[in-house]
Design a protein. Sequence first.
Length: 387
Amino acid sequence: MSSTFDFTLETTAGAARAGRFTTPHGVVQSPAFMAVGTLATVKALDPDDLRAMDAQMILANAYHLHLRPGDELVRELGGLHEFMQWDGPILTDSGGFQVFSLEGLRTVDEDGVDFRSHLDGSLRRFTPESVMRIERNLGADVIMQFDHVIPGQSDAARARDASERSIRWLVRCARAFDELDRSDPIPHRAAQALFPIVQGGIHTELRHEAARTIRELGDWKGYGIGGLSVGEAKPDMYRILEEVDAELPADRPRYLMGVGFPEDLVEGVRRGVDLFDCVAPTRMGRNGAAFTVEGRLNIKRAEFRTDRRPLDPECGCAACTRFSRAYLRHLFLADEILGLRLLSLHNVHFLVSLMQQARRALLGGTFDAWSDGWLRRYHSRTLPASV
RNA sequence: GGUGGGGUGGCCGAGUGGCUAAUGGCAGCAGACUGUAAAUCUGCCGGGUUAACGCCCUACGAAGGUUCGAAUCCUUCCCCCACCA
């Protein structure tokens, strides 16, 4: 019998783990991939699609939902779960990533961040306290702290500055989170867990310091690993994961934020990551790229003009079980909306299913062989003419 | 039959003496995308040759002419559109 936000470790293989993370809206069987639904929708997909592929948890974004439609409105309408009709677990990102991605539209100071709204140019102030209020209003199961994300190649001085600020902001987030918990009753609200985020760029010592400091600051229900897949080299990302893995408590879920591509998920699981999220499957799906067990393919390529095969011969998704590459290519060239929906569906299914396979291999005791074989095949790129 | 407008690269459409193998857009071809300012962005896009720079060829309805030089000016012809009869 597990209580809310417990994480039960079921088995390990080296650093890799399989577990069960209990949330107010259900249990997340890990490792798991979470689809990104920034604006309270996983772009082009219906919640029914996500349920059908057994997706377990999804994301939404505090910055974007604060600007539109407004977190107060979402709260008034019953919270995110009710609003978007997804009754499974939800995690909200804080807007920390927008500090990075909207660099030209914001200024950071010690107290918080001024954003120039990308929608109407208005000035919007985000602080750890205001972000906690926003995320509380949205009502996700897991909410992320407000952090300071910087480019992956940043030097140690800059990485230290951002990492230490993120930790100071974490302390403020935790205080505001507790305060809201006492003073702000929301009738329909279930419990929330606040996750801290380990920063520190590609600098080993900084990562160790950040992880240790955060761990000493509280008994967190889980840990975000941030500031990766933001421009650094892949070997750096993998190395940092190994460094961070050693510093985090084994009985808490680790969430690698913003990652990633299929190979990154497998590499991440090997290094102790339990949860992932990424816009890649939906964005790339909308842009015509599809994941397959033998690498990526671009469905718009002329070579698929008469190809009767499904995107991925081994995929059981609603696109692969019905439609040919030739048809999907036609949909893209004709700019038909079904095409990008089907590729989004396939790609999300691919990553969700990939993590289910990893989990089965872990539980079955065959993870090392499975992951070796999977990576070898994915990188073999035997698809015709793929470069 | 008359008057006026027009024929430009696969399509649409700028250009009205040299900086034009010819702006743009579309189509086509290829690439990128990692806590989503993204159904977006980037590159190529007459032919031949070259790793590339470049060089050669063919091109602005057709033929001829003017000019050092023409898609741009002149002549004739062909075709399309509008209006008049």
